[in-house]
Design a protein around this ligand. Structure first.
Ligand code: B16
Ligand code: MG
Length: 226
């Protein structure tokens, strides 16, 4: 294992909750029901695609012009930015600060593969931006998760082969992207949405370098034997 690539929302900090609140605010304005299960299906999905899915869900895909959709996207992001402006290092999910320190000690490269254009600002507010050797710019990608492009780009920026990377995700689309990139997939959360992951932990605090390294070792032995 030469690198660990992280998703942001729901792995490093709980901004998944802020995306939920911001989309709920927009959905209420346009009279589309929005709940946590709908929000779950948007995790890891780009802002534009998320709005498209909400409109389809509400049977309203043909009711808005492109300019109106742009306005809704702008409003969602403004609302979201107000919420993230309050983030502090206290908002790191449990165990993540420790894991970053452990990886540093082990000389393992650290990358970020987040679909969020707000990711650099969030890392700055959490005061961990300097721990990352590479941060993928999602605006430069042709395809979003579940396509592997974002994870392959992170590996290329880190100068590490995908086969030597582990990646951590909280969303089904993200786990699918990691597996298609040929990496070791770590899922944080409930097993139903993580079924393709190579290692599943319930919460971020269960993810230590020791656990990661032990599972990595059995994964590579199995891979060699196949
Ligand atoms: P933004 P991740 C994703 O981040 C979120 O899970 C998803 O809900 C959001 O729509 C997307 O980023 C875009 O975010 O609107 O801030 O550009 O999970 O890939 O870190
Ligand atoms: Mg996520």
């Amino acid at each position: 294992m030469k690198a660990v690539i992280f998703d942001l929302d729901g792995v490093i900090t709980d901004t998944a909750e802020y995306h939920f609140l911001a989309w709920k605010h927009i959905a209420e304005q346009i009279d589309i029901p929005f709940d946590r299960s709908m929000n779950e299906s948007l995790k890891g999905i780009s802002r534009e695609k998320s709005l498209e899915n909400i409109l389809i869900y509400g049977g309203a895909e043909a009711s808005y012009t492109n300019a109106e959709k742009q306005d809704l996207l702008h409003q969602k992001n403004k609302y979201y930015q107000t919420l993230i402006s309050k983030l502090t290092p206290e908002d790191l999910l449990p165990g993540i600060g420790r894991l970053l320190r452990e990886l540093k000690v082990e000389n393992i490269k650290i990358g970020l593969a987040s679909s969020s254009r707000n990711a650099p600002e969030i890392l700055r507010r959490l005061e961990i931006i300097d721990d990352f050797h590479a941060i993928v710019d999602p605006t430069a990608l042709a395809k979003g998760k579940p396509d592997p492009e974002i994870f392959l780009t992170a590996a290329a920026l880190l100068g590490v082969s995908p086969a030597d990377c582990a990646a951590v995700e909280d969303a089904e689309a993200g786990i699918a992207a990691i597996k298609s990139a040929g990496m070791f997939a770590v899922g944080v959360g409930y097993e139903q949405s993580m079924h393709d992951a190579d290692l599943i932990v319930r919460q971020t605090c269960d993810l230590t370098f020791e656990v990661l390294n032990e599972e990595w070792k059995s994964y590579t032995i199995n891979r060699i034997q196949k």
